[in-house]
Design a protein around this ligand. Sequence first.
Ligand code: F0G
Length: 398
Amino acid sequence: MIRCVSCGEEYGDDEVIYTCEKCGSVLELVNEIDVSKDIFDGRKDNLWKFKECIPVDETKIVSLDEGGTPFCRCDKLGDELGVNLYVKVEGSNPTGSFKDRGMTVGMTKAMELGVSTVGCASTGNTSASLSAYAARAGLRCIVFLPSGKVALGKLAQAMFHGAEVMSINGNFDEALEAMTALALEKHLYLLNSINPYRLEGQKTIGYEIVRDLGWQAPDRIILPVGNAGNISAIWKGVKEFYDAGFIKDLPMMTGIQAEGACPVTNAFKKGDKRVVPVENPETIATAIRIGAPVSDIKALNAIYDSNGYSETVTDEEILDAQKLLARTEGIGVEPASAASIAGLKKLVDEGVVDKGETITCVVTGHLLKDPNTAIDACTQPTEVDADIDTLREILMNK
Ligand code: F0G
């Protein structure tokens, strides 16, 4: 069953609907887990090991073996910050971001519904993922990208997998509004995270974090927030496992935004339940360059209900954290993902995060998604002839 998160109006699973017809709010799938957690044991470690908890037809699955991503204990960085730190590396998904979790489920639903065309607006990763899964499913794929503001790796993926890519003169919020209008006119099936089936995939990040910790919740899950779907999805996942009795505690959901694109943090700091959109959002972390997040209600509910928090970080703090994670722990992430690490650092300094807390930072996309920012942050290599004497001298003098 699909239910409105605000007024509770109910809809059938097969209705192609993105927002509540009665009140305009966002929707979610309602499902109860009635299996034992033991049935997940021994299955291949991908997202579909949780298939009983995902409300789609398993005979229609479109998968690239997503999920089951690395869960790295990071003692060097954790000790520096005085916390027990684990990093969930979502860049290890097939197209290099967590979006693949949402897309395998969303595309499976598209096959169930028998649609022929899918579409999304995107800051990059959603389009990269959608175009790959549409190719696998054999569907027409249309993507709208904010012109000049999509990292190169993501653009390459969307084009290479054969999507029809439109570069929109406007920001992500404007591109999404246009794409949604076309979906409501039934020209295509919308696979942005306003589609509640997307979040049914992404909730498995929450499932895996508590499973990876030995069926325990961390004290806190920290992640970047843009359109605000993922924080809502992870909270749904951990709550489902809590309600099923698989875990005994719940984590504090902690959302980090870039200073130039922070409507959720602004709302949180005022205690509001809705955001006031930020006009002209700007940040080097283009993945989260979003001013009017569609899942704001769900995200703020997740933060309030979990006794969580929301904070902003500057672009400089993001780039520093990106380098720190890469150089102390060997984990390469794109700028938006590094916001979670930058946020952790800031919250430790502010005393919001207590010493000794067990923290999971979700890093959402791979370093290679945005090669330009990575290259710009480094000193370029010196050109030298392949002469052993010269090379030895340079190395020994360092
Ligand atoms: N991190 C990365 C790498 C992302 O690509 C996104 C969102 C987020 C974090 C934020 O997640 O929107 O669920 O709060 N990217 C979308 C896209 C908007 O189009 O690829 P969110």
